[in-house]
Write a protein that binds this ligand. Sequence first.
Ligand code: CA
Length: 240
Amino acid sequence: MTTESKRILLVEDEKAIRDVVSAYLEREGYWVTPAADGQVAIDQFSKSRFDLVVLDLMLPKVPGEQVCRTVRDTSDVPIIMLTAKGELEDRVAGLELGADDYLVKPFSPRELVARVRALLRRARVDEEPQRNRLVYGGLEIDNVAHKVVLSGEQLDLTASEFKLLTTLARYPGRVYSRMELVEKVLGYDFEGYERTVDSHVKNLRAKLGDDPRRPTFIWTVHGVGYRFEPPQPSAESPGA
Ligand code: CA
């Protein structure tokens, strides 16, 4: 797999973390531009094209939230947010600001590299024009016909369940907060409706045959929300 010329903006004020993360990413063949504060990050982003941004939340000069917002004003570039341990509200806020993923410090650089690779792969998939049909293992989602087939059987989903499933499945691995799902799926913006998302997820899982404790498709991200993961290919028989 080639990662040639993929450019990453790494925004982190702690030099030790910046150096380690840079080294790992460069070893993978990525081109890394470091930024030690939020203002430098915004300046760099306005000057050059980047394929992905790794963004620390607690930054001098301009906070990470503001950097995220500024980037999102002009770009859909994938953003991975770095948050300190226990900053749950920050994580949720980060996702709502438009970050695609987050890692809690201390994190393993290997894990970060894996997330970067996954997000860049997904960004490439997004560029493909034909995304009307999503296929993950035995699950087929037809966005035009509004049809979902699991292992050859058509599922009877409500409009909300269909919307919830397509929202999650369009970006495998991306974590969605309940609030985001409320807005995307139900179109409400009241906090009280976050519980409604939980009950839609519960019903959708029942129809997908998903065990909440060991799901095949829809995973709970504790305290935050949900994400879709494609089933492991090893479960499929070769040549089938
Ligand atoms: Ca920091």
